[in-house]
Write a protein that binds this ligand. Structure first.
Ligand SMILES: *[C@@H]1O[C@H](CO)[C@@H](O)[C@H](O)[C@H]1NC(C)=O
Length: 186
């Protein structure tokens, strides 16, 4: 067991020294300094430092944060449509509202990602304002999903709450990264 651990550690060390780009340390610093004042700093750091794409600029980070949020929103959407069934009529109604809301969030986050991928100097301010509007709307949807479960306690509600809270946290961080990107332009 110890030998295996040693081997794995050695392999990890070797592979990380082989893979690391010259600017890997500064990437890490950018993630760290960008996440410090995010709404959920450690979640921000965890999700963005394990992100496999580029993370060299505030724009990269905003895109990465939106991608994380989009991918989690999609997962929650699938989870809600395939894995959860309401037992009472109230639960079923609340659940189907949540499915609709999370699917709106997915749509809004996709639009945001498209916008961030096509940023242009002349339209930067307008595009940032779009991105901010859409991500805020996605966040609102995630928050209001749970309102439908008011007064209905039980496993369905607690499952939905756990998933929605998590996706709302990464979405909130994405909004913060968009604001940072906007400010980095000044
Ligand atoms: C972006 O920054 C500009 C200049 O500071 C500010 O006026 C504008 O409201 C910001 N836009 C967004 C969407 O935050």
């Amino acid at each position: 067991m110890e030998t295996l651990f040693f081997l794995l550690t050695t392999l990890l060390l070797i592979s990380s020294s082989v893979k690391s780009k010259p600017d890997a340390a500064s990437d890490h610093d950018l993630v760290r300094s960008s996440c410090v004042h995010a709404s959920y700093p450690s979640l921000c750091f965890r999700t963005l430092s394990s992100y496999s794409g580029p993370a060299d600029t505030p724009r990269d980070l905003a895109q990465a944060a939106v991608k994380v949020s989009l991918s989690r929103a999609r997962k929650v959407s699938t989870f809600l449509t395939t894995r959860v069934t309401g037992k009472s009529q109230r639960e079923r109604v609340a659940l189907s509202d949540c499915v609709e809301q999370i699917s709106d969030s997915v749509e809004e986050l996709s639009k945001t990602l498209r916008e961030l991928k096509h940023l242009r100097g002349e339209t930067f301010g307008f595009q940032m304002s779009n991105a901010q509007t859409w991500v805020s709307a996605a966040l609102t949807n995630e928050d209001t999903c749970l309102d439908g479960f008011e007064g209905v306690d039980g496993k369905v509600k607690s499952d939905v709450k756990k998933k929605m809270t998590n996706v709302a946290k990464v979405t909130s961080n994405a909004l913060y990264m968009i604001n940072r990107l906007n400010e980095s332009r000044r």
